[in-house]
Design a protein around this ligand. Structure first.
Ligand code: NOJ
Length: 446
């Protein structure tokens, strides 16, 4: 088995959490409501009727969780800021109690020798902004910039590493096209508008940070999947190319100045109708790193059911693949393929991080031990594949585990557990799982 030294001294080892999923305290200290507070207030929106409540209580337990991260041997702690803790209405009046909270989190990381990696936007849009059109309203770019500026001015003296946005394809696709996630909007128009505004906002956010702190390390976190066609029929192969473009190329290419991937989806030209003068230039930004977030493989087939895409996923249930609790097709080898393809396509990207990867399998508790052999194996296999890509000169410079402690998995509620540390949601006790103990051994300095 490889050991951590193989990855090199500068390789970053981190864990990732997010504000909405971990903090709890949704209505404490003058925090405003986000679209996810609204969504989860309706019981039927969440699997098993789960109510988020205090989730895993990061708002009060942040010191314990940060110390735990250190104890496990990681050097980096990635968390996100809740927009409505800082700006309860989304813009305008600042809530100083929110700033104080993240000051404490950042200072605690530094005190424990951990590098803070701050995600500025991890899906919890202020409800007030959604009431005014949310990501479909072009004004979002100004609202977002004001928020980014406040984050950077408040924390930039101590935070170097910034992830401007997390998985835009997930929140735009599931939230503004399929109506599955908050804010439950449906349709191609809201999807295209939200997507274009998200790209512009990422670029604008990057410029804002760079202007205020020229030495900051600025990136984004993009979801990616290994995509293959169900068979070799030409129509299915082409469908897989379109699916792959949607999942892996849609956001990175405009940001690199290459435009949206309409080569394989000609009707994507439609997005041009939401362009304003100058967008061709405003859309690009030279990020210091690109974070890739890998979880599952997608098998695609031709389908008439989705406009522009004309492709659909073959349900992993039908294929009886290696399923996780969310019925996603777990395929660690895919990360190697995705990394190789990304590097071949975009050699101009000089630094890649795996800013998230993880898996939800059932855990087995025996006495006070949590046995999660399959999760441990998953991370080992993922790391083997990252190492293989690195050996072949793909510039991967870090691995961030999703996630530290079990937390609230959005619409899926509490059932999927991704943590390398177990959360007892009644007592808020944490128990390090076997996978966490494995990381502790693996990361031990020689
Ligand atoms: C990616 C998202 O960033 C995170 O919020 C989510 O919990 C994980 N995927 C697992 O689904």
């Amino acid at each position: 088995m490889i050991n951590n030294n193989n990855f090199g001294e500068d390789f970053k080892w981190g864990v990732t959490i997010s504000a909405f999923q971990n903090e709890g305290a949704a209505q404490i200290d003058e925090k405003g409501l986000s679209i996810w507070d609204t969504f989860t207030a309706t019981k039927t929106n969440v699997k098993n009727g789960d109510e988020i409540g205090e989730s895993c209580g990061f708002y009060t337990k942040y010191e314990d969780d940060i110390q735990l991260t250190k104890e496990l041997g990681f050097d980096s702690f990635r968390f996100s800021i809740s927009w409505t803790r800082l700006l309860p209405q989304g813009y305008g009046e600042i809530n100083h109690k929110g700033i104080e909270f993240y000051n404490k989190v950042i200072n605690c990381c530094l005190k424990n020798g951990l590098n803070p990696w701050v995600t500025i936007y991890h899906w919890d849009l202020p409800q007030k902004l959604e009431d005014n059109g949310g990501w479909t309203n072009r004004q979002i770019i100004d609202w977002f910039s004001e928020y980014v500026k406040l984050c950077v001015k408040s924390f930039g003296d101590r935070v170097t590493n910034w992830i401007v946005m997390n998985e835009p394809m997930t929140f735009v696709g599931l939230g503004y096209f399929m109506g599955y996630h908050a804010p439950q909007r449906i349709g191609i128009t809201s999807f295209l508008k939200a997507a274009h505004h998200a790209v512009l906002a990422m670029a604008e956010g990057g410029r804002m940070i760079r202007n205020l702190y020229p030495h900051a390390n600025i990136g984004i976190g993009l979801s990616c999947s290994y995509v293959k066609p169900i068979n070799q029929l030409a129509k299915n192969k082409k469908a897989a190319l379109r699916m792959e473009a949607l999942l892996n190329r849609f956001f990175i290419e405009p940001l690199l100045g290459l435009g949206y991937p309409s080569d394989v989806m000609p009707s994507l030209q439609l997005i041009k109708s939401y362009f304003k003068k100058g967008d061709e230039h405003l859309i690009a930004f030279d990020f210091d790193f690109i974070g890739l977030q890998y979880y599952f493989r997608v098998v695609a087939k031709y389908s008439l059911s989705r406009p522009i895409l004309f492709a659909d996923e073959v349900s992993p249930l039908e294929r009886k693949s290696n399923l996780n609790v969310m019925n996603l097709d777990v395929y660690p080898k895919g990360i190697y393929k995705v990394l190789k393809q990304f590097h071949e396509r975009y050699p101009q990207v000089k630094k890649i991080l795996i800013s998230e990867s993880g898996v939800c399998y059932p855990d087995f508790q025996i006495a006070n031990h949590i046995h999660d052999v399959r999760r441990k194996k998953y991370h080992q296999n993922i790391l083997k594949n990252i190492y293989k890509a690195k050996e072949e000169n793909v510039p991967v410079e870090g691995y961030f585990v999703w996630t530290l402690v079990d937390n609230f998995e959005w619409k899926e509620g509490f059932e999927p557990r991704f943590g390398i540390v177990y959360t007892n949601y009644t007592t808020q006790e944490r128990i390090i799982k076997n996978s966490g103990l494995w990381f502790k051994k693996f990361l031990r300095k020689a």
